[in-house]
Ligand binder design. Structure first.
Ligand SMILES: NC(=O)c1ccc[n+]([C@@H]2O[C@H](COP(=O)([O-])OP(=O)(O)OC[C@H]3O[C@@H](n4cnc5c(N)ncnc54)[C@H](OP(=O)(O)O)[C@@H]3O)[C@@H](O)[C@H]2O)c1
Length: 126
């Protein structure tokens, strides 16, 4: 496996769950991680925990459905770490529902689709 040491990794949906775990693992292995999500208190806590363990991390409050905030996240990574090597496009929702109660216009379906589909790599640069 190729080493992640020295890589700059942007992770969306990094305030909990798989994104948080990915950020911590990559930072532990020497990557610089830029975290994006909406819950700032979680992002602050995770960055502190990574830094306390000797890692390099920063965050930008980011709703991936907001183009300006995504650009701020990407720009923040370039400003703080010099470039972007990897984008982990993890932000999303995973609500559970029975098939019998599912409708294509339901609110959770729409929000899941928006978060998952609008956060595309087209906004990355560098
Ligand atoms: N866990 C599984 O078994 C599983 C299986 C298949 C796929 N997935 C996918 O893997 C990803 C992570 O899942 P998880 O289990 O770790 O869920 P999770 O703990 O709920 O994490 C979802 C993350 O996405 C963020 N997020 C949601 N909407 C966002 C938005 N509009 N803008 C920015 N960030 C947003 C949340 O942060 P904020 O609320 O702070 O913004 C949170 O950090 C999701 O895309 C999910 O669909 C998970």
């Amino acid at each position: 496996m190729t080493s992640v040491e020295g890589k700059v990794v942007v992770i969306t949906g990094a305030s909990s769950g798989l994104g948080e775990a990915t950020a911590k693992l990559l930072a532990e292995r020497g990557a610089s991680v830029m975290l994006g999500a909406r819950r700032e208190e979680n992002l602050q806590r995770i960055v502190s925990e990574i830094e306390d363990d000797g890692g390099a991390a920063s965050y930008r409050v980011t709703d991936v459905t907001n183009k300006d905030q995504v650009e701020n996240l990407v720009g923040g990574a370039v400003d703080e770490f010099g470039r972007i090597d990897v984008l982990v496009n993890n932000a999303g929702l995973m609500p559970l529902s029975t098939l019998s109660s599912w409708t294509s216009g339901s609110r959770w379906w729409m929000s899941t689709s928006r978060a998952s589909c609008t956060a595309s790599p087209q906004r990355s640069r560098g």
